[in-house]
Write a protein that binds this ligand. Structure first.
Ligand code: KG4
Ligand code: ZN
Length: 358
């Protein structure tokens, strides 16, 4: 079957086609088109919802058209339409939802609404697109590609610009929320601290690039909530600490030390994410660890996770989608729809900007 995915929850307008063959449960990505209004938001230092929605209107039809064309398919061959119905910006969500509803009605296709957060997790279930690390029979660790081996129970860490959540997956459709951020999301921390350092939105990739030649121990920034017994996170204290540090420095000093500031910030965020995630992995004795969301595109985070899971006393597979499937995309929405196939009549599908985990 072929599923058309549509994602417009924030500043990306995305469409993708996945295919699953009858005798093989692997999800194959046929096409993924993403148009972003990020350039506009870089100028304003953050997303202006009205502007993002206006861009969505402009892009939505050409993006869907291209996804269908790139997949060398036709609307006739599409079996279902999946669309993000929340969480997200209301204006942006509505563009995707109303388009998906119209297409479902006109083309007479089933419509499957998808939770954006669950969508992020399902980027890992697109065949050949996750890297994983497993221990072989000789107890050696090795990186494997193109393997289809996510085993339940799995622990998913969603780290994006809007969310930081840890969820336990016992099987498809069975999701238990373990904890999340009490204030800023991990990506939001990167973006807000980036702003303090004069780095344009979204700051995550640039902080990562600067951090490569900086000293992560140069500044002793706090690791908020790292030792608490829950699975919650907090990043606003880190932001405040970086603010105080930057305030105490002259402009020239700040510029001179920007790589150290970036490296120390990144290290603090990564330390907390890893500590809490591995604590949950141990408690629930999970067999797979699935990273997802924009921050999972961070190479240092991935490498640290790959390193640290070796210290666990049990076997675990680490999965991380490639960078273009970590940040917002529609392939993950189509993938989530396939594994959680729940058709809803188009008249009943509405946007839910505050949607979280059920
Ligand atoms: O998943 P995503 O595209 O959108 C949301 O659903 O929020 O995530 C975007 C977030 C931004 O905060 C961005 O700064 C962060 O992901 N990000 C990164 C990296 N690439 C994107 N953060 C750290 N390192 C990166 N390489
Ligand atoms: Zn997202």
């Amino acid at each position: 079957m072929k599923i058309l995915g549509i994602e417009t929850s924030c500043d990306e307008t995305a469409a993708a086609i996945i295919e699953v063959k009858k005798d093989n449960p692997a999800v194959t990505l046929l096409s993924s088109t993403i148009s972003t209004s990020m350039g506009l938001h870089a100028k304003t230092g953050g997303i202006i919802p009205e502007q993002a929605a206006r861009q969505q209107i402009q892009y939505i039809i050409p993006v869907i058209d291209q996804a269908i064309g790139d997949a060398k398919t036709t609307p006739y061959e599409i079996d279902a339409i999946a669309v993000t119905y929340g969480p997200g910006l209301i204006g942006s969500l509505l563009i995707g939802i109303e388009t998906a509803k119209t297409l479902a009605y006109v083309w007479k296709k089933p419509l499957i609404p998808v939770n954006h957060l669950i969508g992020h997790i399902y980027a890992n279930f697109i065949s050949g697109n996750s890297k994983l690390e497993t221990r072989d029979s000789k107890n050696k660790w090795q990186m494997e590609n193109d393997k289809w081996k996510i085993v339940f129970p799995a622990l998913a860490l969603i780290v994006s610009g809007g969310h930081t959540d840890l969820v336990l997956m016992k099987k498809h459709g069975s999701i238990e929320w373990l904890g999340g951020t009490r204030d800023d999301a991990a990506g939001e921390a990167f973006d807000k601290i980036g702003r303090l350092l004069g780095i344009p939105y979204p700051a995550g990739p640039q902080i990562e690039a600067l951090a490569k030649s900086g000293d992560p121990k140069a500044f002793a920034f706090p690791r908020p909530m790292i030792g608490t017994p829950d699975f919650d996170f907090s990043f606003s204290g880190l932001k405040a600490a970086v603010y105080r540090q930057v305030q105490s420095m002259s402009d020239t000093d700040q510029k001179r030390k920007i790589k150290d500031l970036a490296a120390s910030t990144q290290q603090a965020i990564i330390d907390v994410l890893i500590k809490k995630t591995l604590k949950a992995a141990e408690k629930y004795q999970v067999k797979s660890l699935l990273l997802s969301g924009g921050v999972a595109a961070n190479q240092t985070l991935k490498e640290r996770f790959a390193l640290e899971i070796k210290n666990l006393k049990f076997e675990i597979g680490l999965f991380v989608p490639p960078a273009q499937l970590c940040t917002d995309n529609a392939a993950m929405i189509a993938s989530a729809a396939f594994f959680n196939y729940k058709e809803v009549p188009w008249e009943k599908v509405t946007a839910n900007p505050e949607l979280y985990f059920d």
